[in-house]
Design a binder for this molecule. Structure first.
Ligand code: NAD
Length: 262
């Protein structure tokens, strides 16, 4: 499905980025993966017969080098998956300004720089596809995610603005919203360590990185030729609603009303 396409995947050393790189390579793409984790990134690239470029997505100069390396090596660029990200959790009241700004810088500014950097080479290639990895935290309010959630809502909005601006250049831009996925990022999370069971979502379990990778590969491919500005939840139904919400019974509601009037 991706035969001959040249695709950059950021944060490709491990987790979802590595799974996406593997999937794209299996579908015939020439993959360039980038990361701040140099040893892990180089090892993943070697396994896939792909190219690795050290890259901090917050640095405009790094983006220039990545794009130059790709266009020199392959003469074109067809796809970008803005996957690199970090997670910071905790109550809004106690989140430090430094943490808030750090997560916005990697997760949102990094995506902005990525989109900006690939416009010229994609335009020259006659079009392209950009997939921005947001989160279910960019579709709904998850408590304890003020910085992270703000960055992911930002990615969702930026995706639509980019889609509208870049449509005339035949560049499609879409966002993916993973739910609870088993990767190093979520390794310490109770749902992931609990044998992957995640009963609050319709699927009843956590997702595997490959399940997100397939969605990215689809959006990169020509099979998604009329899809742009869209948001695709790959979350086992999390954003649709949680399974364990219990509405108050009529007796509880009556008691509350009585309490309010006495
Ligand atoms: P991960 O921590 O396993 O992988 C993230 C990768 O990004 C790492 O290899 C890391 O080194 C790299 N990275 C971090 N900062 C970087 C920077 N400044 N420049 C370049 N690379 C950098 O996490 P993951 O779960 O595979 O996450 C991938 C993406 O999916 C992230 O954007 C994350 O927010 C998002 N996401 C993850 C989940 C989940 O449940 N795992 C859910 C929703 C969204």
């Amino acid at each position: 499905m991706l035969d001959g396409k040249v695709v950059i995947i950021t944060g490709g050393a491990r987790g979802m980025g590595a799974a996406t790189a593997r999937r794209c390579a299996a579908e015939g793409a020439r993959v360039v993966l980038t990361d701040v984790l140099i040893e892990e990134g180089a090892a993943t690239a070697k396994e896939l017969d792909a190219q690795f470029v050290p890259h901090d997505v917050t640095k405009p100069g790094d983006w220039g080098e990545v794009v130059a390396t790709v266009t020199e090596a392959y003469g074109r660029l067809d796809g970008l998956v803005n996957n690199a990200g970090i997670a910071v959790q905790g109550p809004l009241e106690r989140q430090s300004l430094e943490e808030f700004e750090r997560v916005l810088k990697v997760n949102l500014v990094g995506v902005f720089l990525g989109v900006q950097s690939v416009v010229a080479p994609m335009r020259a290639a006659g079009g392209g596809s950009i997939v921005n990895i947001s989160s279910v935290a960019g579709l709904t309010a998850l408590p304890g995610t003020s910085g992270y959630g703000a960055s992911k809502w930002g990615v969702r909005g930026l995706t639509k603005i980019a889609a509208v601006e870049l449509g005339p250049d035949r560049i499609r831009v879409n966002s993916i919203h993973p739910g609870m996925i088993v990767t190093p990022m979520t390794a310490g999370h109770g749902a992931v360590s609990g044998a992957g069971r995640f009963p609050i979502v319709a699927a009843g379990r956590c997702g595997e990185p490959e399940e997100v990778a397939q969605a990215s590969a689809f959006l990169l491919s020509d099979a998604a030729s009329y899809i742009t500005g869209a948001e695709l939840a790959v979350d086992g139904g999390w954003a649709a609603g949680i399974t364990q919400f219990r509405a108050p019974t009529s007796a509880e509601a009556t008691t509350d009303e009585t309490a309010a009037t006495t």
